[in-house]
Design a protein around this ligand. Structure first.
Ligand code: UD1
Ligand code: MG
Length: 451
């Protein structure tokens, strides 16, 4: 069955106390909206429509950065969830298939849960995702059901005491045939406590028309919506707890799991070891058997089998380490391919560069890649020995098996097998150190006497 996603993301999110639209606040280094989209996309939808309103430009950019297939409709005024879904009608009315409504501020719904909803559609016209609430003072819509059959949804604001006592609540996720959904929404009014067009009203309307509705249940934790900064922080903690448990389950060694922070898309192979206090930004893959040592920060990079990174290393976007590469303390690597077995062990910056296999980069080496306007590339061949404290002024190339002398400032290419020495020659001054200090001490002593 074809399915189209409608992701509601127009709301103000005023309780976040933020300039940023609520759905763009991040968990695991990805916007809430991206979490919702990532779950939805596992159903292989044919269309994805995001309903944007507050901060629509930024929301559109985030959705399309995630995947250009996302279409965005604008809900200029937030008149309720039913009104929001209806904004997608012009795009999807002729699309055919089902529509699945997700909320952009609800990041934890699992793909398995959405698949269960899709399965339930085989025997019901409308499927609503519900959960049993632990705390009945929570202001969720209540699902009034008779066994598996859903009769109606009553919003908390509109519910009497008996209805508020129902523990089965509405997550907001709904699945129905697209044309049926829009048809039902056409009959929804705003005659209620909030003066809004409630998506939830479609159930009673559908039942009155002889259609069927059913509930699929999930754990309450999956339906957690983010409304405040405190909830965002709690959700981040929940995300990290799950990501750590998943990594351990996948065969990764975490020596201090509670101190390691993952991004939504971190991929770590079996038998990799992650030492304490490591932070993964977005876009990191670490292959089996690699070791990430303590206090390292990685984003947008790839670490191959057998490589060792850190302690205190920083891998920035475009850093690609081949097998058995060693990157040590206080080394930063950006947009650089480092070939098999190369070593960059101490206090270096390697940016916009290629480093050949088995090359050794001495302590304090810097690729001077930026002239203030343009970035330039440094190409270092295989088996090169770069002496400590070499400045490689890009664009520059060091041929295979070449060498630079310690302290060199390399501004011209070095041929294969050559040695480049680019530093001031040493001058010897016999006894000058002693004479020099004697003179300074004499000056100090004279000052002390007030002369
Ligand atoms: C909604 C449900 C409620 C459910 C709860 C679950 C309705 C009427 N109520 O209530 O039954 O228990 O979610 O969290 O559906 N949005 C728009 N445009 C609008 C209004 C909302 O895009 O005009 C978006 C919001 O940005 C948000 C989502 O829809 O992502 C839900 O809106 P919200 O106002 O939080 O609904 P609730 O009152 O929580
Ligand atoms: Mg809400």
């Amino acid at each position: 069955m074809t399915v189209n996603l409608i992701v509601l993301a127009a709301g103000q999110g005023s309780r976040m106390n933020s300039e940023r639209p609520k759905v763009l606040h991040e968990i695991g280094a990805a916007p809430l909206l991206v979490h919702a989209l990532s779950a939805g996309v596992t159903l292989s939808p044919s269309r994805i429509v995001v309903v944007a309103g507050v901060g629509a430009e930024a929301v559109t950019k985030a959705a399309q950065d995630w995947h250009p297939v996302c279409e965005v409709v604008i809900q200029a005024e937030q008149k309720g969830t039913g009104h929001a879904v209806l904004q997608a009608a012009p795009l999807l009315a002729e699309a055919g298939g089902d529509a699945l409504v997700l909320y952009g501020d609800t990041p934890f719904i699992r793909p398995e849960t959405l698949a269960a909803m899709q399965d339930a559609r085989a025997s019901s016209d409308i499927v609503v995702l519900g959960f049993d609430v632990a705390d009945t003072t929570q202001r969720y819509g209540r699902l009034v059901a008779d066994g598996a059959s859903l009769e109606k949804i009553v919003e908390f604001k509109d519910a009497d005491a008996a209805t508020r006592a129902i523990t089965l609540c509405n997550s907001g996720v709904v699945c129905a045939d697209s044309a049926t959904l829009f048809d039902l929404l056409g009959a929804v009014t705003n005659d209620n406590a909030a003066g809004e067009y409630y998506l939830t009203d479609i159930i009673a309307i559908a039942r009155a028309r002889g259609l069927t509705a059913t509930v699929v249940r999930c754990p309450e934790a999956e339906t957690l919506g983010i409304n405040t900064r405190a909830e965002l922080a709690a959700a981040e903690a929940a995300f990290q707890t799950r990501a750590r448990a998943q990594a351990i389950e996948d065969g990764v060694t975490l020596t201090a799991p509670e101190s390691v922070f993952f991004a939504h898309d971190t991929v770590i192979g079996r038998d990799a070891t992650i030492e304490p206090n490591v932070v993964f930004g977005p876009g990191v893959t670490v292959e089996s058997g690699a070791r990430i040592r303590a206090f390292s920060h990685l984003e947008g990079c790839h670490v191959s089998r057998g490589a060792v990174v850190g302690p205190f290393a920083r891998l920035r976007p475009g850093a690609e380490l081949a097998e058995d590469v060693h990157v040590g303390n206080f080394v930063e690597i950006k947009n650089a391919q480092v070939a098999e077995g190369a070593k960059i062990n101490h206090l270096s910056y390697i940016g916009d560069a290629d480093v050949g296999a088995k090359t050794n980069i001495g302590a304090g080496t810097i690729t001077c890649n930026y002239d203030g306007v343009f970035k330039h590339r440094t190409t270092i061949g295989a088996r090169v020995f770069v002496g400590s404290n070499t400045m490689l002024v890009a664009p520059v190339t060091l041929g295979d098996d070449s060498m630079t002398a310690t302290g060199s400032v390399i501004t011209r290419d070095v041929g294969a097998g050559d040695m480049a020495i680019a530093r001031a020659p040493q001058v010897a001054k016999p006894g000058l150190a002693v004479k020099f200090f004697d003179r300074l001490r004499a000056v100090k002593a004279a000052k002390g006497k007030g002369v």
